[in-house]
Design a protein around this ligand. Structure first.
Ligand SMILES: Nc1nc2c(ncn2[C@@H]2O[C@H](COP(=O)(O)OP(=O)(O)O)[C@@H](O)[C@H]2O)c(=O)[nH]1
Ligand SMILES: [Mg+2]
Length: 297
């Protein structure tokens, strides 16, 4: 079985610091026991060779060759997107975590582009630069997915902000009707205002079977969502898109209890303040350019 751990990394000061920490935890709590797994760090051209060398310098010599940098050629807004409409959407954020163009490229990348790029592998694990594996896994997730014939391992679910996926549920329902798929498998809540909240896998960490995503029917659904353009206009996220595909195409899932934290939880511990917002944290480090991406959740 061929397995890979994937990151999408970026040349932003805070992200690079996070990435170094994330890799430290990955080595400490996982890779030292399973040095047969590779790590691919997908990046844009501006993640240059100096920066790559800096990251590798922090990896103990024995493990360096597990890490591969791969430059993305098409990490950009696709031609069919109306750029003016996108700019208008970005200028009018209805919520603080509306984020930027790069974030939307990331959502498209993780929803529907990455799987072609890793098709030589059987299984992949996603980690973000702000993913810290705090402890060893109870079981090796790659062995588990293989032995139990699973398609998708997750560690947490929550109800997504409905403003970030306006119309996604309706489009999916419509699609299911046209393609004889069981929409009833989708989990969501409806509140007293008839607003629907999709229950999603918190997919910053997940492990999945690559071939699940390369099935023609799954790709056709994802392509339909892509052509709507709402990853860009309405901030449809990779987590709800991925969750809906897992549900309607009947992927075999498993919940793994893991000790995982996102940077914000660590900062909160550091400052002893559970309500700490990253902007507040960042103001302590004035040289950091956070303007571009201020609303990291
Ligand atoms: N290259 C690149 N990577 C990005 C961009 N936006 C996000 N990422 C990366 O994609 C991953 C997910 O982004 P993150 O900000 O953690 O999204 P969240 O988990 O939804 O809060 C992280 O590893 C980020 O560094 C971008 O514009 N360019
Ligand atoms: Mg993340």
């Amino acid at each position: 079985m061929k397995c890979v751990i994937v990151y999408l990394v970026r040349n932003v000061f805070e992200s690079v610091i996070n990435l170094k920490n994330s890799i430290y935890f990955l080595l400490k709590n996982y890779l030292q026991y399973y040095p047969q797994y590779q790590v691919i760090l997908f990046h844009e051209p501006n993640f240059n060779t100096n920066l790559q060398a800096e990251i590798l310098a922090g990896v103990p010599y024995l493990y360096r060759e597990l890490f591969i940098f791969k430059e993305l050629k098409n990490f950009a807004v696709p031609d069919f997107i109306d750029k003016e409409r996108l700019q208008k959407s970005l200028r009018n954020p209805p919520i603080p975590w509306w984020r930027n163009t790069g974030y939307r490229n990331m959502c498209r990348f993780y929803s529907m582009q990455i799987h072609e790029l890793i098709q030589e592998y059987d299984y992949y694990m996603r980690l973000d630069d702000d993913s810290f594996l705090e402890q060893k896994f109870p079981k090796d997730p790659f062995s588990l997915i293989h032995l139990e014939n699973l398609d998708y391992i997750y560690h947490e679910e929550h109800f997504d902000c409905h403003i970030c996926n306006e119309g996604l549920l309706e489009t999916t329902k419509d699609y299911c009707g046209q393609h004889n798929l069981d929409f009833a498998k989708v989990d969501y809540l409806t509140n007293e205002l008839k607003v629907k909240y999709i229950k999603i896998f918190y997919n910053n960490f997940h492990v999945s079977r690559v071939s699940f995503w390369l099935q023609e029917n799954v790709k056709t659904y994802l392509n339909r969502l892509d052509t709507e353009g709402n990853i860009y206009y309405k901030r449809w996220g990779d987590a709800p898109i991925q969750t809906l595909a897992v549900k309607i195409f009947g992927a075999k899932t498993y919940k793994m209890e893991i000790e995982y934290s996102k940077k914000i939880q660590r900062y909160a511990q550091f400052f002893g303040d559970k309500t700490v917002h990253n902007k507040k944290w960042l103001t302590k480090y004035k040289d950091i350019n956070y303007k571009e991406d201020i609303s990291i959740q």
